[in-house]
Design a protein around this ligand. Structure first.
Ligand code: ACO
Length: 431
């Protein structure tokens, strides 16, 4: 296959190298394009732009394949658990017993927040969205981490990464407790990562939360499935911030903000709101589907469609199966699950969705499991953020370790006014 692409501009042919990835994907390297031709490329929404070369996660959206460091998501979902998967993503390989023990210990050592951070939580109003609190508090945490503003140092990366991964879960639980006016529950070193989170969310000072192993496993699986997804909006944001050499906490705080939007991680909350609305309206789903197809309605079938997947999102398949299992085990019958299944079946047979290759994404069923295990709606996107933290950390590391890294700085095609005079205020006409 050709290793160069030819581009003709103003009668001159330019040769552009083709970069081939380990799975055979090809990208035209245009890094010298502007210098050679004076032109830039324009790609609204970056649908055709590779912003980096990365060896962390592979997605084949046509075939519905997702692999972390080469391992299929289905295998990780079955055999791994969140902290092991986090290690795999961050360090590039599955840990030995010793490495995993050390990593877990590091997380335990870093799970507490500085006591003064409690005052920061008190500054938020009770109705504050937990994603706002999460992002602010991740940034605030950096103020209590010595040396975090120093230049990136691979020898301290491990402890910074462990701090972030351990504390994000404590911050998330504290944010929830604060929003409900409940006393803060401190982490217990005896519990593993996900169990500890549930303990901080739901225990009371006078009574420990009853940790159902199936519930712990279900939430842990949700974290595994969300742990990375190559250059999505929030991860690309993390990399963008990292390219300016900002610290790991600043990058993660930015990632949380990018994730918050309803077209990205906020979709898991939006899906449940949509299903509740359909339920309240007594709609069998057909009215909502009709509205989602009508561009003027401003509605979309939330949890459907994906920039990369033009096939069933493999995470959605796993979560759907898990949904039935968890609800069955907990003996919960949720009318929203029935509505979701009806919507899915209708959409998959509707030419609008079929032609556009719109399938359920990870958010379509994840909210139903989270509801079943008692996670409140406003915390859904926070769960996504906790899960995505290893991916952000791995991508941050990849940016910082690159020896040829440049600051990310896209160009634009300017469409504003050409040069015009400054008119003094008394000479300006009325608009
Ligand atoms: N409902 C109805 N129509 C849709 C939907 C949807 N959920 N998603 C895409 N479309 C339509 C668009 O209107 C467009 O139609 P057109 O070609 O007639 O103009 C076509 O499908 C292509 O859609 P785009 O918006 O161009 O696709 P894009 O790749 O930019 O967006 C996105 C992907 C944001 C995920 C989109 O599918 C969407 O808004 N889905 C609903 C929100 C959602 O579930 N987000 C979570 C994504 S997964 C994640 O971030 C974890």
């Amino acid at each position: 296959m050709d290793k160069v692409a030819k581009l003709e501009i103003d009668g001159k042919v330019h040769e552009l190298p083709i970069v081939v990835g380990s799975e055979g994907e090809r990208g035209i390297d245009i890094s010298a394009l502007r210098q050679a031709t004076g032109c830039i490329t324009l790609d609204d929404g970056y649908g055709n732009t590779g912003s980096c070369q990365s060896n962390i996660t592979f997605i084949d959206g046509e075939k519905g394949i997702l692999r972390y460091r080469g391992i299929p998501i289905e295998v990780l979902a079955e055999k791994s658990f969140f902290i092991e998967t986090a290690y795999l993503l961050i360090y590039g390989y599955l840990p030995t017993h010793k490495e995993l023990r050390r990593f877990s210990e590091l997380l335990t050592q870093n799970e507490m927040l500085h006591e003064d951070l409690k005052f920061h939580f008190e500054g938020f109003p009770a109705h504050a969205h937990p994603m706002a609190i999460l992002s602010s508090m991740i940034n605030a945490t950096s103020c209590f981490v010595p040396g975090v503003l120093d230049a990136y140092d691979p020898t301290v990366f491990e402890s910074q990464a462990a701090r972030l991964l351990a504390k994000v879960r404590t911050i998330a639980a504290f944010a929830y407790r604060k929003s409900r006016g409940l006393p803060i529950m401190y982490p217990k070193p005896v519990y593993k990562y996900t169990a500890n989170f549930l303990h901080m969310m739901f225990s009371e000072p006078y009574q420990d939360y009853d940790l159902n192993p199936e519930v712990v496993k279900a939430l842990d699986l949700i974290f595994v499935l969300h742990a990375d997804h190559e250059q999505n909006c929030s991860t690309a944001t993390v990399r963008m911030i990292a390219s300016s050499q900002a610290n790991i906490f600043a990058c993660a705080a930015g990632g949380v903000c990018a994730l918050w939007g309803p077209l990205h991680g906020g979709a898991n909350q939006a899906v449940i709101e949509m299903l509740e609305q359909i339920h309240r309206d007594g709609d069998d789903g057909s009215k909502f589907i009709a509205a989602a197809k009508d561009k003027k309605s401003g509605k979309r079938l939330m949890g459907f469609g994906h920039r990369v997947y033009k096939n069933y999102d493999p995470r959605a398949k796993i979560i759907k199966a898990q949904c039935d299992k968890v609800l069955g085990l907990l003996k919960i019958s949720d009318p929203l699950l029935d509505i979701a299944k009806r919507l899915e079946a209708a959409a998959l047979h509707d030419s609008y969705f079929v032609e556009r290759k719109l399938y359920p994404n990870v958010d379509f069923y994840s909210g139903i499991i989270m509801r079943a295990i008692g996670i409140p709606l406003e915390m859904f996107t926070v769960m996504f953020a906790i899960g995505r933290m290893p991916g952000w950390i791995a991508n941050y590391k990849e940016v910082m370790d690159a020896t040829n890294g440049r600051i990310s700085r896209p160009r634009q095609i300017y469409t504003g006014p050409t040069e015009q005079p400054y008119v003094s205020i008394d000479k300006r006409g009325k608009k």
